[in-house]
Design a protein around this ligand. Structure first.
Ligand code: DC
Length: 213
């Protein structure tokens, strides 16, 4: 029963690497950022302000969320909708509310417990959600490369320079919010191994983590 926990900032390649590692090991994969995104989307659809912690916590507690190859929110496939720029714009604030986090952390632990083995990625997986994971990785990459990757996710072909600049600003703002929040900030957890993906392919990084395991 192997549990691998991976944390890191936006654009570090976490999702790609976690998915690749899960495939390599034959394990399920949980993208916990997608869960915060689902709460943010449900809030937007109900016109709930991103700073309304009480209502967002109520949404988090009452929503039916199925995390698999697709993300199902109350039975609807929201895999693509949770990546919309509107969601990007509010998700850090939504994820800063302790009551929202408490609910999602409980769901994440239950998801892992029901499977016994998995690759789980996010911002507080190594530090808060699964501090006893078999392997804890802090994946990072330099800021310029993270911005390029993020801009590339939304572009067809090479991203325009203005898009890279916008992505770079958005990433810097989200990094500040994710690392500076008082509840479960993004940190390198005790016992976590720092892996730098700058200039490397996802396969190379998966190889390194599989070797560490
Ligand atoms: O990895 P991502 O961009 O999909 O994450 C979306 C947001 O959720 C981001 O602002 C960080 C936050 N998040 C978090 O606070 N804790 C997690 N375990 C995962 C994501």
């Amino acid at each position: 029963m192997t549990v691998v926990a991976i944390d890191g900032p936006g654009g570090s390649g976490k999702s790609t690497v976690a998915r690749g590692l899960a495939r390599r090991l034959g394990l399920d994969w949980l993208d916990t950022g997608a869960m915060y995104r689902a709460v943010a989307l449900a809030g937007l659809r109900r016109d709930v302000a991103p700073d309304d912690a009480d209502r967002l916590a109520r949404i988090a507690r009452s929503m039916r969320l199925e995390m698999g190859h697709a993300v199902l929110l109350d039975g609807e496939d929201v895999t693509e909708a949770i990546r919309l720029p509107e969601v990007d714009a509010v998700v850090s604030v939504v994820a800063s509310h302790p009551a929202v986090r408490a609910e999602l952390v409980a769901r994440q632990r239950a998801w892992v417990a029901s499977r016994g083995a998995a690759v789980v990625e996010g911002r507080d997986i190594t530090s808060v959600v699964l501090p006893d994971a078999d392997l804890k990785i802090y994946l990072t990459a330099d800021a310029a490369e993270r911005a390029l990757r993020r801009a590339g996710q939304h572009a067809h072909g090479a991203p325009a320079r203005a898009d890279v600049r916008a992505a770079s600003e958005a990433i810097a703002r989200r990094d500040r919010l994710d690392a500076g929040r008082s509840h479960s900030p993004l940190v390198v957890a005790e016992g976590a191994i720092v892996v730098d993906s700058t200039g490397r392919s996802a396969d190379e990084v998966v190889d390194e983590i599989a070797a560490l395991l």
